[in-house]
Ligand binder design. Structure first.
Ligand SMILES: Nc1nc2c(ncn2[C@@H]2O[C@H](COP(=O)(O)OP(=O)(O)OP(=O)(O)O)[C@@H](O)[C@H]2O)c(=O)[nH]1
Ligand SMILES: [Mg+2]
Length: 199
């Protein structure tokens, strides 16, 4: 698949702000700073489509991007950002729940983890949540440029085990900096939106 067109269609904090539930959607979830917004920019070839930052907690809303007038990629707010208050993390939870549990068009949530580290307790919790709701199956290991080539396979194995991934689940290394892994990820997104994983 090639991305020919990408546009932001909604920045939302509540369900009544979502675009109509009339298209397949794939969402990006993961810790703050893991590189969700950067990945979206990389895939679409649009450096400034989504705002990114070296400081965690940049994306605080659920942002919908329409791709090729055909499907949407949804950039979710990150978790695990140390400085957030209790009320803010509760707000995050309610906002995520509202989207993940009600969205008919949502086919899968791609979970992003940092390729350098073992998944955190919150990463595991998130993946379990996705497994429970039937939204799991694809993991992206970000920032592959930060480790040597011969560590990539080893770290992918650790992540797979740590998240208790199913043997049929996919894990794809990417680097938004070196611009690698986009082909494999776009193929996977194509399988998702064309319903190849639906039973
Ligand atoms: N080296 C390297 N840095 C990356 C890569 N992807 C993202 N980054 C950096 O990681 C930082 C966070 O990136 P974002 O895309 O804003 O992260 P996010 O997951 O959207 O974060 P929140 O919006 O806070 O949830 C930025 O400084 C990016 O430049 C990558 O592939 N390689
Ligand atoms: Mg972001």
């Amino acid at each position: 698949m090639r991305i020919k067109k990408a546009e932001i269609v909604a920045v939302t904090a509540r369900q009544d702000q979502y675009p109509p539930d009339n298209m397949p959607e794939v969402a990006f979830a993961g810790r703050s700073n893991v590189g969700k917004s950067s990945l979206l920019n990389f895939l679409t070839g649009r450096k400034k489509l989504a705002k990114t930052s070296g400081t965690p907690g940049k994306t605080r809303t659920i942002n919908f991007y329409e791709i090729n007038d055909e499907f949407r990629i949804v950039d979710l707010p990150g978790y695990g950002y140390a400085k957030v208050s209790k009320s803010e993390s509760e707000k995050w939870g309610a906002m995520m729940d509202e989207y993940l549990r009600t969205r008919e068009g949502l086919l899968r949530v791609i979970q992003l983890v940092d390729i350098r580290h073992e998944p955190t307790a919150q990463d595991k919790q998130m993946y379990e949540y996705l497994q429970y709701y039937g939204l799991s199956g694809t993991v992206v290991a970000t920032k592959a440029d930060k480790i040597s080539r011969n560590h990539i396979q080893k770290n992918l194995k650790v992540i797979r085990k740590c998240l208790n991934m199913d043997p049929s689940d996919m894990i794809i290394p990417v680097s938004a900096l070196d611009k690698t892994g986009d082909g494999d990820l776009l193929e996977e997104i194509d399988r998702i939106i064309t319903g190849q994983y639906l039973t």
